[in-house]
Ligand binder design. Sequence first.
Ligand SMILES: NC(=O)C1=CN([C@@H]2O[C@H](COP(=O)(O)OP(=O)(O)OC[C@H]3O[C@@H](n4cnc5c(N)ncnc54)[C@H](O)[C@@H]3O)[C@@H](O)[C@H]2O)[C@@H](O)CC1
Ligand SMILES: Nc1ncnc2c1ncn2[C@@H]1O[C@H](COP(=O)(O)OP(=O)(O)O)[C@@H](O)[C@H]1O
Length: 294
Amino acid sequence: MTSTPMNLNCFDLATRLKRGPAEHKGDAGKAILIGGAPGMAGALVLAGNACLHLGAGWTILEMFDPSSAHADANQPELMIRLASTQAHDALIKQDPDVIAIGPGLGSSPIAIEWIKAVLSFPKVPLIIDADALNCIADSEDLLNLLQHRNQQFPEMTVITPHPGEAARLLHSSSAKIQEDRQEAIHALVNQTQSIVVLKGQHTLIASPQHAVTQCMEGNPGMGTGGMGDILTGAITAIAAQGVCHQLNLWEATGIAVQLHATAADSLVEKGVGPIGLTPSETIMEMRSLLNKLL
Ligand SMILES: NC(=O)C1=CN([C@@H]2O[C@H](COP(=O)(O)OP(=O)(O)OC[C@H]3O[C@@H](n4cnc5c(N)ncnc54)[C@H](O)[C@@H]3O)[C@@H](O)[C@H]2O)[C@@H](O)CC1
Ligand SMILES: Nc1ncnc2c1ncn2[C@@H]1O[C@H](COP(=O)(O)OP(=O)(O)O)[C@@H](O)[C@H]1O
């Protein structure tokens, strides 16, 4: 019989993000987010917008869609580049503090090259979402690389599957995952050795070193394309600032998951949703809530 998980309650940790008067963008961290294949550039822009508005020092998008790989007039702060075909060299040159891969990534050969490169990039916090998870589910080599990374650098990688992605990783079905979400998250932790965020109502978080916790916030208004992409961006931003603000990836993930769901609840209370609640509105509410927590 599985026990009831502890409720996620980590807003106190957010005070560590308070900035000293002399802090600069170098202290807020350099984040690189990778994805945005043709037709799904918006997924990467949403993740990037969340990362920017939640405080990363630099937000760099390695964009796969050539027609979207240019400065965005609506969000000129984002550094949007056409993803290099030399993924490993590009990472070394940019020297990121945190990496996220997956939103709208697709499964092209260059996408696989980038997944290999990030899994082999040492020590920095890594967030893996969406298509990057689907590619890992389809490749024993990539799964081995993920496991190896976690052996070398424990608790430095978080995966954020929704039940569909979890089902692909576990060669199961979304319905089966939802039947016993605790069993599913244990299986995902065992399989990948990562911090795992199993999304959906009452998102679960667990890792090889931490028992399962569940997020009691959130609502069905969050069932909108792009809502998971902004969670990826939020974890990335908080992990980037965490490097200089003494928050590890487990803590950064917990703050981001709770902030994301609480922001959506707060918007619904104000009448913005549940119907028609957008990820872009949720980004701004997360920013507002985060600043109140400091
Ligand atoms: N603006 C954009 O360009 C967007 C692009 N997106 C990208 O589109 C690609 C495909 O991702 P999708 O997630 O849309 O499609 P998927 O086919 O990966 O997942 C959808 C399926 O997962 C299952 N599922 C998901 N959440 C569930 C839940 N809470 N409970 C039960 N079952 C659940 C359901 O079976 C659902 O049909 C990804 O690369 C993603 O990043 C999406 O993020 C949406 C926005
Ligand atoms: N009914 C719900 N209750 C609480 N949270 C939800 C609900 N439906 C969706 N969510 C949340 O919304 C987000 C959706 O993520 P995801 O499915 O990855 O979206 P996308 O791939 O479109 O970006 C997750 O954080 C999930 O936990």
